[in-house]
Write a protein that binds this ligand. Structure first.
Ligand SMILES: Nc1ncnc2c1ncn2[C@@H]1O[C@H](COP(=O)(O)OP(=O)(O)OP(=O)(O)O)[C@@H](O)[C@H]1O
Length: 269
């Protein structure tokens, strides 16, 4: 019995070793004013996989996620030290254009935030901003993005309707389509399902399994069951530090650190 449960874990481990690192964080510290929110973070995130950040409220999950597309630039008095390298580029170097970075590293938030525009115009917004004007080309991008976000069949006959006419779950998939429309490499999801009903949540969870064939997904979740269900790697944070980073199977079944074990067995947090 124990042999059969262990066998797939070994296979998974072998597979993960083959993954190429796309995000490499070295000795990274982040301060909000004098508050030291992230402490000496060292982390490698593999491409074309789902990596989940878990940990108790206030441990720094969202802060770390925001550093990956420099959303923290918008927060006054934030200071960052160390290296955040994405696909070979130090994203905090002076030469980096933040708009180009955010095109490459898209983000989906806890609350779906479609623009007050039609479904079509929400998805076409990014491509238009990046200079695509040709109608046929835009039509193609909108269709492909909505298909990838598993929304096309539900909206294809109503593309000119307001995005606000959609349900919460559909709006969140529209936001995913909007992020995909500019052809990112990485998709950051900050508790993207926590405001959704179970069926919409399941749809987005299934979607992540499709999307990871093409994109790297990094997600913050409060829901450990969700992390266990859909992520390949899990990072456990506590008080601004990475306590443990491992294959999801391993981290949940045989954590190396006592603090991880205490958290996943519900002893705190
Ligand atoms: N803009 C900000 N200014 C000052 N402190 C902040 C700011 N944003 C977050 N913090 C602090 O940094 C710490 C980490 O916050 P963060 O939101 O990253 O945690 P989290 O793990 O994502 O929490 P939650 O699960 O509750 O969303 C917390 O102590 C928080 O109060």
């Amino acid at each position: 019995m124990s042999t059969t449960t262990e066998a797939p874990q070994v296979k998974e481990t072998t597979k993960t070793v083959d993954f190429k690192t796309i995000i490499d964080i070295k000795d990274m510290d982040l301060y909000y004013g004098t508050y030291h929110a992230l402490k000496k973070v060292n982390l490698t995130i593999p491409e074309k996989a789902v990596t989940a950040f878990i940990g108790p409220s206030g441990c720094g999950k969202s802060t770390l996620l925001r550093t990956l597309n420099r959303m923290n630039d918008m927060i006054p008095n934030t200071r960052i030290e160390g290296l955040v390298d994405i696909a070979g580029t130090d994203i905090y170097s002076n030469e980096v254009d933040v708009e180009t970075l955010r095109k490459k590293v898209g983000m989906v938030f806890q609350q779906a935030n479609p623009f007050p525009k039609s479904i079509y115009d929400n998805v076409a917004y990014g491509p238009r901003l990046h200079g695509i004007k040709n109608k046929a080309q835009l039509d193609e991008i909108v269709e492909q993005s909505l298909k990838q976000a598993a929304l096309w069949n539900e909206v294809k006959d109503f593309l000119k309707r307001s995005a606000f006419s959609l349900s919460g779950g559909q709006q969140q998939r529209l936001c995913i389509a909007r992020a995909l429309a500019v052809n990112p490499e990485i998709l950051l999801m900050d508790e993207a399902t926590s405001a959704l009903d179970p069926i919409s949540t399941l749809k987005i969870e299934e979607l992540t399994q499709e999307l990871k064939n093409k994109y790297t997904i990094v997600m913050v979740t409060h829901n450990m069951h969700q992390a266990a269900r859909i992520s390949d790697q899990t990072v456990f944070f506590l008080n601004g530090e990475v306590v443990e980073f491992d294959q999801t199977d391993k981290l949940f079944s045989n954590p190396s650190d006592k603090r991880t074990e205490d958290y996943i067995t519900g002893r705190f947090g």
